[in-house]
Structures are given as C-alpha cells and as structure tokens.
Design a binder for this molecule. Sequence first.
Ligand SMILES: *Cc1c(COP(=O)(O)O)cnc(C)c1O
Length: 377
Amino acid sequence: MATQRILDFINTRRPNGPCMVLDLEVVRENFHNFEMALPESKIFYAVKANPAPEILRLLASLGSNFDTASVAEVEMALDAGASADRISFGNTIKKERDIARAFELGIRLFAVDCVEEVEKVARAAPGARVFCRVLTDGAGAEWPLSRKFGCVPAMAVDVLRVAQQLGLDSYGVSFHVGSQQTDLAAWDRALGDAKQVFDALAKEGITLKMVNMGGGFPTRYLKDVPTAQAYGQAIFQALSKHFGNRLPETIIEPGRGMVGNAGVIKAEVVLVSKKAANDNVRWVYLDIGKFGGLAETMDEAIRYQITTLRDGDRSEPCVLAGPTCDSADVMYEKNPYPLPVSLTIGDEVLIEGTGAYTTTYSAVAFNGFEPLRSYVI
Ligand SMILES: *Cc1c(COP(=O)(O)O)cnc(C)c1O
C-alpha cells in the first residue's frame, strides 16, 4: 500500500502526468527482512527490477551485493558505491567484449548455462568464478522465467567440468524459480537439482561451493503472499534436507521482493466509455498502459491493485486500457477489473506495488508519451 510519505508527496507536489513514487524506507525494511529471513545467505539485489541510483546507493550502504545483466548495470552498481567483488554478472547471454569490459572493471563472478558461454568467459575473464544455471519449470510463478535460461542438471555437470578444464573456477549452481513465486516448495525442487550437480562433480574431484537461489520473492498485489520469514524457513529446510549439515554458501537475488511494494504509480482516468449503447462493460482508459510501464500486464500476468478516491461506491467489472494507439495496449480484458461505477474522467488512481519492473519497461516516446517519471523519496 502507498505509504503516508508517498501520499504526502503526491498531494503536495501534484506531479503532472503519470509517475512512479517510491519510498526508500520500505526498501530499507525489505532489505532487513531478507537479512533476517536468510541470515546465512548473501543478498544480491537484481538491479533490473529498478536501477534508480537512490535505490542502488541505499542498498550499497546497507551492505547489499548486486546481480547485474549488462556492462551498464555493472557501472551503475559501481557508481552506487559497491566494490567489484560485490557484483555478479548474472546474465547467461553476454557478448564476449562485454565480459572483457566487466573483467576489466574487476568483476570475477559470471553466470553461464552452456559450454559456448563458458568458452567466452574463459577467453575474456581468465580464472574467474562461474556458476551454471539450471532450468526450472517456473510452476507456481506468475511471471515464469523458464526455458530461456539454464540447462538440465546433467548438462550443468558437463558445463562446469569444461569450465574447470579451461582454467575457470567452477564455483556453483544457480536457478531462478520464476518471478512472483508464491509456492514455497519451488525452492525445494530446484535445490534437489542443484545437489545432483554438486554430487556428480564431487565424484570427479570438483568441489562446488555455492548455490545461487535467485529471485522469485513476491510483492503483494491483490492476493496475500507469504512473508519473507516463511520463505526463509522453507528455503532453509530445503537446504538442510538436500545438503545435510554441509551447507554450501548461498546467495539470493531478490528484485521484485526488494522494491515492488515500495513504489506506487499515480495515474489519471482519461476516458470512460462503452462500445454500444446497451453494452454493460465500460472501458476505462488510463494515462498509463503497457507501453508506459505496465508491461507485466502482458497476458494479464500481473494483476495490480488499483485504488481510487471512490472505492466505497458500488463497483462493476470494466476493461482497463492504456492511452496509446496500439490495440495491444489493454491491461485487463479477459479478466475484467472491478472499478467504481462513479469513476469518471480526470479521476486520479493509484496503482499499488509498482516499484519493480515499471520505470525501465516504459517506452521512450511511443505516440509521443514521455517515459514514466520516477520519484524516489
Ligand atoms: C530478474 C532476475 C532476478 C530477480 O527476480 P525477481 O523475481 O524479481 O526477484 C534474479 N536473478 C536473476 C538472474 C534475474 O534474471
């Protein structure tokens, strides 16, 4: 929910046009909750969720590490005050010259998921640590990341063997159980796979040291989600079940769970209309849509909580759409969104839990609409 600081900011500054307002105090609290939930794990904030410099500086000052996916993100983390040993290059798809540049900047931890990528890292970042990403099915996640990244556990064994042969330090295994993952058992399955890779390589004399347990920690949208503490307990139990009392080093990479609930988008109703006089479904058009930062409404995957000043009034389902001239710019239609019947042109609405994956998803000037403005307070 919008914090009082966010509401005060919106009400006193009256920013014109849609904008995302994020409260750093909530990020600070989220970081501490992750620390308490998984005290033995290092936190690598997934920069892509929201790379605002104020967020990166705060997290750097709190002792966070950073998961980055490009040279630009590496530089943002360095600029925020993180030393290179606190930054991983976690994208499995990298240009060799970008690996070389990151290596020059001091980065020594890289993700891979195939032999072809290992060969690039071995040439451009000799001696660096690598971890191999294994596939997960993404079941239980509202924004699954399956298929594109990772390989099957048996192949991860080959990949890490080759890495060692090419002079790299085969350091561990990573996975991502899918973003907005509300099934606590997802980590158990993935940790079982990670342990298989550890065991197979141990037989060959290669001792892995680390499991990178990725992100997936949720933001509360319309439905309640388990607490960070519940995630911590489930993950610790799964770790103990698979690794016994010889626990590996562990990393978590929260993105959404670190910043999602810290931000709110202020938007405005541009039009309320119907397609026929006797239609009973209203169309509500906002000044923000899929191209203005709400890309995660693709396939109606993420269902945000929308609050209005008329929330006490009777509500009816409506189609919710953005302002651009692209018919794909509809957020909720298959599953219409209930909004007050009294909602009218010019009304302000708040889209809650939008601190992650919004500002950077916004198009630069589609239809001349400026990118989503961001205020970090
Ligand atoms: C996007 C991403 C994350 C963050 O995922 P969330 O579900 O937002 O926590 C973590 N690790 C990697 C490798 C990612 O690509």
